[in-house]
Design a protein around this ligand. Structure first.
Ligand code: BGC
Length: 373
C-alpha cells in the first residue's frame, strides 16, 4: 500500500523527472517506462562481469517497480564516478545506489546529495568517511574471506568446506601464497581478515608455509583488483622463491579476475594442470572462472547472488522513499570512520566442481550451455 501511495504521489512530479532523465542521454539510463522517480545507480567498472550483472539486476528490478534508472559505469576512474553521481543529482535523482571504486573519495559529492535530501545506499562496498550514507547492502564479507580460505584448505585436503579439519588430513607442510584485493575497497580487508582467521593458525603450526614470507595486507594487496598486477607479483615470487624446484601447492585468491592472473603466471612458469597444480580460490562465480573450475585450473569460487543483492538494494530504496525503515540484519560491523552504517548482509556459498549444478545452474545464475560453451 505504502509503495503504491508513494508512486501515486510521485505521478504529478514524474513528468518533470522523466523529462530530465530522457534529456540526459545517459548511456544506460532513461529508457525505462518508469512512472516513479529517477534512481541513480553508480557501478565501478564493466571490466568485471559481476558488476555488469549487478547493474542489470538493479536496473531491471527498479524498472519493474516503476522507477526510471540512470545506470552508469565509471571504468575504475574515480573522478569519472564522482562526476557521474554529480550528474545524477543534477538530473533530479530521488535516491542513489552506489558501488564505489575508492570508498573514501565520495565525501564531497555525497554532501551535495544530502543537501538535496537524496538518500544513499552503499551497494556491496561500504562508502567511508561520510555521514551521508544511509544504508549498506552487501554480503557477510568476513565470512566470504573465511570461505575463500576454507575452499583453499579443502583443495589441499585439510578441511571440509566449512573449515572443519578432515580426519585423514595430510600433515603437510604445504607451500602457499596469499593475495588480497584493492586497499581502497573496504571489502578487501574484511576478506583478508576472514581468510587469515582460518589460515594463520595453520601457518603458526607449520602446516602451511608462505614461501615468500609475504603475509601482511599491504604486501599482498592488489590495487583495483587488477589480474595483471597479481600475475606479475606471482611471477616475481615464482622466480625469487620457487625457482629451486620448490612447488607451490596453493594460492589464496580473493577474486576470479586475480585467479586468472595467477593461473597465467603458473602456466608461464611451466606448471600444468594435474597432480602438481596448486589449489586456487576465487570469488564471484564469473563464467570464465566457472569454466576454469570445470577444467581443473581453479579449485573454487565464492557465489554471491547479484540478483539477491539487487533486490535488497531496491527494497531499501523503496522503503527510504516511503519514509519507512529498511530491513537490516547487522548494526555493528560496518563502521565507515564516521558512523556505523546499518546493513543487510546476504549469505554466500562456496562453489567447487562437484556443486556447480546445484549452486549455479539450479539457481538459474548460469545455464549449463553457458558453462559448457
Ligand atoms: C566485491 C567482490 C569483487 C571485488 C572486485 C569487491 O568489492 O565484493 O565481489 O570480487 O570487489 O570487483
Amino acid at each position: 500500500m505504502k509503495k503504491k501511495a508513494f508512486l501515486a504521489t510521485l505521478a504529478a512530479g514524474a513528468m518533470v523527472v522523466s523529462l530530465a532523465a530522457c534529456s540526459s542521454g545517459g548511456s544506460d539510463g532513461g529508457e525505462g517506462a518508469g512512472d516513479g522517480g529517477l534512481v541513480g545507480v553508480a557501478m565501478p567498472t564493466k571490466s568485471s562481469e559481476r558488476w555488469i550483472n549487478d547493474g542489470n539486476a538493479v536496473k531491471e528490478q527498479l524498472e519493474a517497480e516503476g522507477f526510471t534508472v540512470d545506470l552508469q559505469y565509471a571504468e575504475d576512474d574515480i573522478p569519472m564516478q564522482v562526476s557521474q553521481i554529480e550528474n545524477m543529482i543534477t538530473k533530479g535523482a530521488e535516491a542513489l545506489i552506489v558501488a564505489s571504486i575508492d570508498g573514501t573519495t565520495l565525501t564531497s559529492v555525497l554532501q551535495d546529495a544530502a543537501d538535496a535530501d537524496i538518500p544513499v545506499i552503499a551497494y556491496d562496498r561500504l562508502i567511508r568517511d561520510t555521514e551521508n550514507v544511509n544504508y549498506y547492502a552487501s554480503f557477510d564479507n568476513f565470512k566470504v574471506g573465511q570461505q575463500q580460505a576454507w575452499s583453499l584448505l579443502n583443495g589441499l585436503g585439510l578441511t571440509d568446506l566449512e573449515g572443519a579439519p578432515l580426519a585423514d588430513a595430510p600433515a603437510g607442510p604445504f607451500n602457499i601464497e596469499i593475495f588480497a584485493g584493492s586497499p581502497d575497497d573496504n571489502n578487501a580487508t574484511f576478506f583478508f581478515d576472514g581468510a587469515m582467521d582460518a589460515l594463520q593458525p595453520l601457518i603458526d603450526s607449520g602446516v602451511l608455509v608462505v614461501g615468500s614470507g609475504q603475509t601482511d595486507f599491504e604486501q599482498v594487496a592488489t590495487l583495483r583488483w587488477d589480474g595483471e598486477e597479481a600475475q606479475s607479483r606471482l611471477e616475481n615470487i615464482l622466480t625469487s622463491t620457487y625457482s629451486d624446484g620448490t612447488v607451490i601447492n596453493g594460492v589464496l585468491s580473493p577474486y576470479d579476475g586475480i585467479s586468472r592472473g595467477i593461473i597465467s603466471a603458473l602456466e608461464g612458469a611451466g606448471y600444468s594442470v594435474g597432480d602438481a597444480w596448486p589449489a586456487i580460490s576465487g570469488q564471484d562465480a564469473e563464467l570464465d572462472s566457472v569454466k576454469a573450475i570445470v577444467a581443473g585450473e581453479q579449485y573454487a569460487t565464492i557465489f554471491k547472488d547479484t540478483r539477491q543483492l539487487a533486490s535488497v538494494a531496491v527494497d531499501m530504496t523503496i522503503a527510504l522513499l516511503n519514509d519507512e525503515e529498511p530491513e537490516v540484519n547487522n548494526t555493528t560491523d560496518y563502521d565507515n570512520g564516521v558512523k556505523v552504517v546499518d546493513s543487510y548482509l546476504l549469505d554466500s556459498a562456496i562453489v567447487v566442481n562437484e556443486n556447480i549444478t546445484e549452486q549455479l545452474v539450479d539457481s538459474g545464475y548460469w545455464t549449463q550451455a553457458e558453462i559448457d560453451g
